[in-house]
Design a protein around this ligand. Structure first.
Ligand code: ADP
Length: 438
């Protein structure tokens, strides 16, 4: 038994014994015992009240409890209290530092709970999105930043996706929003000012579109004169240069047409993406167009495994099919085969163009959709390649929420698979063409 306990018990017994003894001297030991017990109780109550007061005032130095068990309880308690205060102070300093560093961040950060209510936000979030750290605490962020796309992003739990929304505080500003998981059942909404980036992008787009447009008219005049010279019978020494100039003018026309198409695609929202697209029908038409064109080329096979109809833009999907088919034919020898396949399942639908041509080496595959990228620049120039076809394909697909998967083995052939998500497939309008081949 600890010494303090023993002292308390022995002290109390001695005190009660002394009371009883004094009572006994006066002939009433029970009264003496009772008085001593009441005195001991009163003393304990006094200590308890002092302790309670000390807790209330938090001023432990103003109280003394002698040497007994109360002193021990008290000093232990005040030591623990001191430690807790130190921890608290350290945490307060740490919190202040964290707040200072998040406030120094150029990007907005908003901590959200599981119901997308604001727990905390930094200074940049205040400046970029007009959030008020105190007033908006506990409010749903999508009630303050009202954008359907943001609501969708918050509900999707897709931590890789990001969206761009108009700034709520500046009429010309744009914000990039991302959501990342944070702590237990919390999320961090990150906001970045992308006004400048989007402005530069728009300038680039406008420049390319305007320049291409402006080049078109002089080129039409040049081509027109060249055609007339060729038709009217140019002098002998001019025949070759004129035909060369005609070929180059045609090439420039093709480049301009592709640049303009890319610009058109980039000006989002211009074309409707909700029309019914008969992909199988477009494949039949593309095959027919190439088969009736002059020149030798690989055999074109059709594998229509589904009559599913796509929700999208018909002329853009047609451009995907013709770009992929013309590439495949250009890179496949005449005795090879190019297969166009359309199939669907619960996960969506796939438009695949496979060829048995020259193939592409692995290191070039990730770069194929870059603008003006060509594997063999010299050869591509000769066969009319501009390097914009796959950039157009990628753009159209991303506008249709689809992905492009490329597989290729040099010397054996390539496969370009466009995967459309189920949301883009209209199963209720399944056309009865499945099983068609040719
Ligand atoms: P291009 O107008 O030059 O065809 P693309 O963007 O359509 O431009 O294609 C980029 C490059 O990818 C091409 O230059 C070619 O080298 C390569 N490529 C595209 N499709 C195929 C294919 N089916 N087989 C082999 N190489 C291909």
């Amino acid at each position: 038994m600890p010494k303090s306990w023993r002292n308390l018990i022995l002290g109390t017994v001695a005190f009660l014994g002394t009371g009883a003894l004094i009572g006994w001297i006066y002939g009433r030991p029970e009264i003496g015992l009772l008085v001593a017990a009441l005195a001991a109780l009163a003393w304990q109550i006094r200590q308890l009240l002092s302790f309670h007061r000390a807790l209330g005032t938090r001023n432990f130095d103003a109280f003394r409890f002698g040497d007994g068990i109360w002193q021990q309880v008290f000093s232990r308690f005040s030591r623990a209290n001191e430690r807790a205060s130190k921890y608290k102070e350290r945490h307060r300093v740490l919190l202040r530092e964290i707040r200072k560093s998040t406030d120094a961040m150029p990007d907005g950060a908003v901590i959200l709970n599981g119901s997308n209510q604001i727990v905390m936000c930094n200074r940049a979030a205040k400046q970029l999105a007009g959030l008020k750290p105190r007033k908006d605490r506990g409010q749903r962020v999508d009630n303050i930043l009202r954008h359907p796309e943001l609501t969708e992003l918050l509900q999707s739990d897709d931590f890789k996706a990001s969206i761009e929304i108009e700034s709520p505080v500046s009429p010309i500003g744009w914000l990039n929003c991302r959501v990342v998981p944070y702590g237990a059942n919390q999320k961090l909404l990150l906001l970045r000012d992308v006004t400048e980036r989007l402005r530069l992008n728009k300038m680039r787009r406008d420049f390319v579109a305007n320049a291409s447009h402006e080049l078109r008219s002089p080129l039409t005049v040049i081509s027109g004169y060249l055609d007339s010279i060729a038709d009217d019978g140019a002098p002998e020494e001019w025949v070759f240069p004129v035909s060369q100039m005609q070929a180059q003018a045609r090439r420039m026309n093709a480049i301009i047409a592709e640049l303009l198409e890319l610009s058109r695609l980039e000006s989002a929202g211009l074309a409707s993406l909700d029309n019914t697209v008969d992909v199988a029908g477009l494949m039949f038409a593309a095959k027919k167009a190439y088969q009736s064109s002059s020149g030798e080329h690989a055999d074109i096979q059709l594998e229509i495994e589904s009559g599913a109809v796509l929700r999208g833009n018909s002329s853009q999907i047609e451009s995907v099919i013709t770009n992929l088919l013309s590439n495949a034919l250009r890179h496949t020898p005449a005795d090879g085969t190019v297969t166009l396949r359309w199939e669907s399942n619960k996960k969506g639908a796939d438009l695949t163009v496979t060829d048995t041509g020259e193939g592409i080496s692995a290191e070039n595959i990730p770069r194929l959709t870059e603008r003006f990228f060509r594997v063999d620049r010299g050869r591509a120039r000769e066969d009319g390649g501009v390097g914009l076809g796959l950039a157009i394909v990628k753009h159209v697909l991303s506008r249709h929420n689809a992905e492009l998967h490329i597989k290729s083995t040099p010397g054996q052939g390539s496969q370009f698979r466009c995967h459309f998500p189920a949301a883009r497939i209209d199963a209720s309008r399944d056309l009865d063409v499945a099983g068609a081949t040719g």
